[in-house]
Design a protein around this ligand. Structure first.
Ligand SMILES: C[S@@+](CC[C@H](N)C(=O)[O-])C[C@H]1O[C@@H](n2cnc3c(N)ncnc32)[C@H](O)[C@@H]1O
Length: 297
């Protein structure tokens, strides 16, 4: 099956693409910090809650996660460690960190992260990312157990990635790439088919696509909204705010008090095989995580 490429301006979602492939994560974190990013802060605890629920439902002890479009590993960092997004921002604001050569930074990050590792963490993380240096940083810093630099929107997975996907229990993605690239989503789910992975994503409202929804359904997954709306980031200017609100409204969202106030908003989607979609979604006590309050920055 072939898919139309996303038509909208990529700048709608990402305003600092030049930081995507740097030797280390500093410019990326500074860019997110300056623009008031919050999506990962809200999504990562929900991904963790989904992972815990998946382990409960399937009796898994060492689940395999794919962090899709992982960048430097922000989502993995927040899932795997006792850390907040603000802790990460604060670290990369310091002069000491800003002045470090990359090699020293990677060693320092690796030790800093290891000291904050959640002792209960027991999952294997595979990253899929098109930016080679971001993926390499994530490996070197100890975030990813494996990383593949492949563009599944353009080509099927390599044999090695197909094997990794065939062992995948859950795919997580923060930032809309899975919605905007249904072909990549389809290829991941096809390679992972025997394992029937769950998919959790936190797309920007208005970036949801019928194509991605159809892919998830065709792979036998029931798609539910499991949290949000929560802030993705501040809009850059009035023009972007108007665009964000118009796009969210066109997708059926009520933008009052949210996009209308100048924020890109996101929500949490969960896609599970019908027989595993127990209705026990985020916000119920057994998930162990509260939905973030609407419009919490
Ligand atoms: C908005 S960033 C989000 C990164 C990360 N998920 C986060 O929350 O910080 C989008 C990422 O998608 C990556 N990307 C773009 N196209 C991709 C593709 N076809 N496959 C995998 N990653 C892709 C970019 O290189 C970039 O790192």
């Amino acid at each position: 099956m072939t898919y139309a490429q996303p038509q909208r301006d990529p700048g709608f979602v990402t305003v600092f693409d030049d930081t995507y492939d740097q030797p280390d994560c500093r410019a990326y974190f500074r860019g997110m910090d300056m623009r008031g990013y919050r999506n990962q802060q809200h999504a990562a605890p929900m991904f963790r809650a989904g992972l815990a629920e998946l382990c409960r439902v399937r009796g898994l002890r060492r689940p395999h996660i794919v962090d899709f479009a992982s960048s430097y590993g922000v989502v993995t960092a927040l899932m795997k460690h006792r850390l907040s997004l603000e802790d990460l921002f604060a670290r990369y604001r310091t002069k000491e960190i800003a002045d470090m050569p990359t090699r020293a930074l990677i060693a320092a990050d690796s030790a800093w992260l290891a000291a904050r590792r959640d002792p209960a963490w027991h999952a294997w993380v595979t990253a899929i990312e098109v930016a080679p240096r971001a993926a390499a940083y994530g490996r070197a810093a100890g975030l990813f157990d494996a990383a593949f630099v492949e563009n599944l929107n353009l080509s099927p997975p390599s044999a090695a990635l197909a094997t990794a996907l065939s062992q995948t229990d859950i795919i997580v993605e923060c930032g809309s790439v899975a919605q905007l690239m249904p072909q990549a989503l389809d290829r991941m789910l096809t390679a992972a088919a025997p394992r029937r992975p769950w998919v959790m994503a936190s797309p920007v409202r208005g970036n949801e696509t019928a194509e991605a929804q159809a892919v998830l359904e065709r792979h036998g997954l029931l798609v539910e909204t499991a949290g949000g709306p929560f802030v993705h980031r501040r809009c850059e200017d009035n023009a972007e705010a108007e665009r964000a609100a118009a796009q969210a409204r066109a997708a059926g969202h009520d933008t009052r008090g949210l996009e209308d106030e100048g924020f890109l908003m996101a929500r949490l989607l969960i896609a599970r095989p019908h027989d595993e979609a127990t209705g026990d979604i985020i916000g119920t006590p057994s998930w162990g995580v509260d939905p973030p309050p609407a419009a919490t920055v």
